[in-house]
Design a protein around this ligand. Structure first.
Ligand SMILES: *[C@@H]1O[C@H](CO)[C@@H](O)[C@H](O)[C@H]1NC(C)=O
Ligand SMILES: *[C@@H]1O[C@H](CO)[C@@H](O)[C@H](O)[C@H]1NC(C)=O
Ligand SMILES: *[C@@H]1O[C@H](CO)[C@@H](O)[C@H](O)[C@H]1NC(C)=O
Length: 619
């Protein structure tokens, strides 16, 4: 096995794809405390080491409860002193600042040690776990009892509490849908309470209780989820085949494909005009095969390889080497295809499709979480302790009824700038997965296709990525023209603008929030903003923060380049619905001017950052 894997490394250099050769450094705790008193004076970040605004969150104290009683005590202590509370997880995968309490005096309650499986009921097909249990543990424990969670995220390093709070999902239009929270039948949650109740209250919410629809997807603002009972299914096998086609029919097939195959999804490479269709169905457990999924992007990677990849991407970005990115993108995509996206027929070798295997071996992966420390010779590719990949993710879902039009709009942009989306290919293209309408108040409102777009992020917040305008265009078209719903655990602020108005039961959610956490201890300014309770989501230099301009040396060249950008903006304006002509539909003039500000800010940024250019040129 090792020899086979080492053989592949040569192919992998220069691409995203890397193989674990030895032991790997597990990710570090996102909570780091430096105070003299144990677990005091802490910083908290996410697994990528950077929030969208690149700020560092501080809390006065971190608490690591090991039992539900300790959680109750921690919540009570914080409530008594009117201290802000947030829940943190072992790896902290949410991109936005869901884990940050306001100010620096808050407390973060980590679920790191709440990682036990409490009960497995084979006859009822249920499993009760503590909220810090990872998806990987759920999958493994369930499989031991011959059961399976039918759908879930593909990366198994997320926790049950985190998956629920952010609405994490897999891909299906079948059954109860792909969101993990739709398989919750009971949940226990600790919220703050008055002195008469001892400052904390534990509630057990069963299926049928409308509060469960609030608590299932809560962004963490209702309280601390302590235990969750999931409804499982008998363990089954599935049969996976990837086929690559050109993308001319993807608009038409985007809906029907999901009705035909239970676990269907797509990887779309718009600049290559190709789509990889995942034909993936349940098969009889009699079907032979012991396939395994070990997705290459989630394996441990030697840090010199990561550093090479990152340096090459940085160089291409700074030189504007679009063709270089396209070549690397194609190489990455074809390497992945050759490696069958990490699938093997028997756990060792890939010999051909279909790959048939048990659900627990196919549904998710993430081997870079494993393994003893090795001084960071290897790591997860996004580990911020090594020079590795640094990216951002824009993720939204578009109703099935509108998905074809959206895809066609993206294709129009590609026709205009054929190489604009090469950069996505380095991150495996646009992952498209099915999600379904949920009873959760902040869950999906209708059946939809979720688009997961991962792309380069500069270490310097003032430096734009190549074709940043096109990527933003796609984000804006999705959010404002097609009313896309954001993934709560990903995205930048723009995806959350006015988002709350897209949820018909948002009012119900806020009522439950007012009842569970009347003091707003579990809320922050940021969560209030995305829940529409406070203004200001778009005033913090939304456009400028990530859209400064290139360094001094390249000013003159860049000036010419900017002229071309303006030219392209003018062309983009002419695509119906792609630009500012949308915003007249927005409800209030205040809203209108706020949103306008974001787009105007792009222009402002340009003017502001061009100032030195003019001075430079004229002196
Ligand atoms: C809550 O406060 C009490 C009294 O100060 C302390 O003994 C207890 O350990 C605290 N609980 C937690 C979970 O921090
Ligand atoms: C729970 O987490 C702790 C700390 O990370 C770890 O030592 C322990 O092995 C985990 N328990 C299980 C059941 O995974
Ligand atoms: C598996 O094979 C056995 C014997 O051939 C057969 O009786 C059974 O119905 C099969 N099960 C399924 C689910 O097809």
């Amino acid at each position: 096995m090792k020899r086979y894997q080492r053989g592949q490394i040569k192919i992998a250099i220069g691409t995203l794809i890397c193989i674990c050769v030895a032991n790997c450094s597990p990710p570090e705790d996102p909570i780091q405390c430096t105070g003299l008193v144990k677990n005091s004076d802490c910083t908290i970040t996410n697994s990528y080491g950077a929030f969208p605004d690149r700020s560092v969150c501080r809390v006065a104290k971190a608490v690591y409860p090991t039992t539900e009683a300790e959680i109750i005590s921690a919540v009570a202590n914080a409530t008594m002193t009117n201290t802000k509370i947030k829940v943190g997880t072992r790896y902290s995968h949410s991109i936005p600042k869901l884990v940050c309490p306001d100010g620096q005096d808050g407390v973060v309650i980590s679920t790191k040690y709440l990682n036990r499986t409490l009960k497995i009921d084979v006859s009822a097909m249920t499993m009760t776990v503590e909220s810090g249990v990872t998806l990987r543990q759920v999958i493994e424990e369930a499989a031991k009892a011959k059961m399976a969670l039918p759908y879930g995220p593909y990366w198994w390093g997320v926790t049950v509490g985190g998956m629920l709070s952010t609405g994490a999902h897999g891909s299906t239009l079948w059954g109860l849908g792909s969101q993990v929270h739709d398989y919750v039948i009971q949940l226990r949650i600790v919220s703050s309470a008055g002195a008469d109740e001892g400052y904390a209250r534990l509630r057990t919410l069963e299926i049928g209780n409308p509060d469960l629809d609030a608590a299932k997807v809560s962004l963490g603002v209702l309280g601390v989820i302590t235990q969750v009972t999931l409804k499982l299914q008998p363990l089954f096998k599935r049969s996976v085949t990837y086929i690559t086609k050109d993308d001319s029919h993807i608009g038409d097939e985007a809906v029907s494909f999901g009705r035909m195959h239970e676990f269907a999804d797509f990887m779309w490479y718009p600049s290559q005009q190709r789509v990889v269709y995942r034909i993936d169905d349940r098969v009889s457990t009699n079907a032979s095969g012991n396939g395994l999924n070990d997705f290459p992007g989630f394996r441990s990677t030697p840090s010199p390889v990561l550093s090479t990849l990152r340096t090459s991407e940085e160089t291409q970005e700074s030189l504007g080497d679009v063709d270089g990115k396209c070549i690397n993108g194609k190489l990455t995509a074809s390497t992945l295809r050759t490696m069958a996206y990490g699938l093997t027929n028997d756990g060792i070798l890939f010999t051909g499709y279909p790959v048939i295997g048990y659900q627990n071996r196919i549904q998710a992966s993430g081997t870079c979480l494993d393994s003893p420390k090795d001084a960071r010779i290897t790591a997860c590719s996004w580990d911020s302790r090594v020079k590795g990949l640094f990216f951002h993710q824009t993720t939204f879902s578009i109703a099935l009824s509108k998905v074809k039009n959206f895809i066609e709009d993206v294709q129009k942009l590609v026709a205009l700038e054929p190489k604009a989306m090469c950069g996505l290919d380095l991150y495996n293209g646009i992952l498209m997965r099915y999600v379904t309408a949920s009873s959760a108040y902040l869950g999906k409102q209708e059946d939809a296709l979720d688009f997961d777009i991962t792309y380069y992020r500069s270490k310097d917040p003032q430096t734009p990525r190549l074709f940043q305008d096109i990527l933003e265009e796609i984000e804006q078209i999705a959010v404002f023209k097609y009313n896309a719903l954001p993934h709560w655990g990903k995205n930048r602020n723009v995806a959350f603008l006015g988002a709350i108005n897209k949820y018909k039961n948002a009012g119900e959610f806020l009522k439950v929030k007012a009842m569970y956490d009347p003091l707003g201890l579990f809320s922050s300014k940021w969560t209030d903003q995305i829940l529409g309770l406070e203004d200001g989501l778009s005033t913090e230099n939304e456009g400028c923060a990530l859209e400064g301009f290139l360094p001094l040396l390249t000013y003159v060249l860049f000036f010419l380049f900017s002229l071309q950008l303006i030219y392209r903006e003018v062309i983009l304006l002419s695509i119906p619905g792609s630009h500012i002509d949308q915003y007249t539909e927005l409800p209030t003039s205040k809203e209108y001017s706020r949103i306008n500000w974001i787009f105007c800010s792009r222009l402002l940024c340009f003017v502001k950052s061009s100032f030195p250019i003019y001075i430079y040129i004229y002196i």
